[in-house]
Design a protein around this ligand. Structure first.
Ligand code: CO8
Length: 257
């Protein structure tokens, strides 16, 4: 793993820390690093949930424009799969994830946030997909995940204009889930993820997969995905313990009681 992306684990929560001053510009090294960090977070039993965090000042100001500037079409044909793989590895991480957004989350930075399950933003955060101003479009899932999250017309407004969106508007349109004082972003993300530590990991994983895969298919196919995952959970200890606890005590076990 690169020093530019670290997985730090404490009390069951993994923090994927982007660390490339001054703006966490997402170069190829950071993209590979994020994939490796997601793989490690997915595999480690002591990680129940994941925060993506760029530090106190900035989440990420996008792909490294200086690295991209000299790339040709054929370079990008090879590289563009990596752009999508690194956000996909986050989107498919089989544990709850949250982006803790301070400062700028632009371009690829906004796309990293979009690949998380939830987004908590600082009150002075700024999000956006400004790629058109560079003569390109979002390339790490932004045209797809943004439209699914905020709807096609809002996504088109943001992508066509490339305008910067301040935290209150981001909250109003559903681009972020909550806005908190800048100094509290990381702690808010920790409190949110702490709910899942010690929880029924397979049920959470199945719930995430059913919702995310279901959104990509017609209703009947989605219901079939749900049915298979629902049935599979009857093979887990969590299911046996949870139901026994309810039958004996009249309620589900901690932490969801
Ligand atoms: N890439 C490379 N360097 C950057 C980037 C970037 N995205 N953003 C900022 N920097 C550098 C600046 O060049 C500057 O470097 P230096 O000190 O050497 O001159 C340093 O960071 C500080 O930046 P500023 O002086 O510009 O700081 P300001 O506070 O004045 O402005 C902004 C901050 C508004 C964030 C401004 O830097 C900016 O607009 N940055 C570019 C934002 C942008 O266009 N992002 C989209 C990039 S394209 C993209 O993400 C494509 C997505 C496709 C796939 C994604 C895969 C990862």
């Amino acid at each position: 793993m690169t020093d530019l992306v670290r997985l730090e684990v404490e009390d069951g929560i993994g923090t994927i820390r982007l660390d490339r001053a001054p703006m966490n510009a997402l170069n190829a090294e950071i993209q590979h690093g994020l994939i490796a960090a997601c793989r490690e977070a997915a595999q480690r039993k002591d990680v129940a949930a994941v925060i993506v965090w760029g530090g106190e000042k900035v989440f990420a100001a996008g792909a490294d424009i200086k690295e991209m500037e000299t790339m040709s079409y054929t370079d990008m044909v090879d590289h563009s799969a990596l752009l999508q793989d690194f956000t996909r590895s986050l989107a498919q991480l089989p544990k709850p994830t949250v982006a803790a957004i301070t400062g700028y989350a632009l371009g690829g930075g906004c796309e990293v946030a979009l690949a998380c399950d939830f987004r908590i933003a600082a009150d002075d955060a700024v999000l956006g997909q400004p790629e058109v101003s560079l003569g390109i479009i979002p390339g790490a899932g932004g045209t797809q995940r943004l439209a699914r999250l905020v709807g096609p017309s809002r996504a088109k407004d943001l992508v066509f204009s490339g305008r910067f969106v301040k935290a209150p508007e981001a909250l109003a349109i559903g681009l972020v889930d909550s806005v908190v004082p800048a100094s509290e972003v990381y702690e808010s993300a920790r409190s949110m993820m702490a709910r899942y530590v010690g929880g029924p990991a397979y049920a959470l994983r199945a719930a995430k997969e059913a919702i995310d895969r279901g959104l990509e298919v017609d209703l009947d196919s989605g219901l079939e995905i749900e049915r298979m995952l629902f049935s599979a959970l009857f093979a887990t200890k969590d299911r046996a313990i949870g139901m026994r606890h309810f039958v004996e005590k009249g309620r589900g076990p901690a932490p969801f009681e």
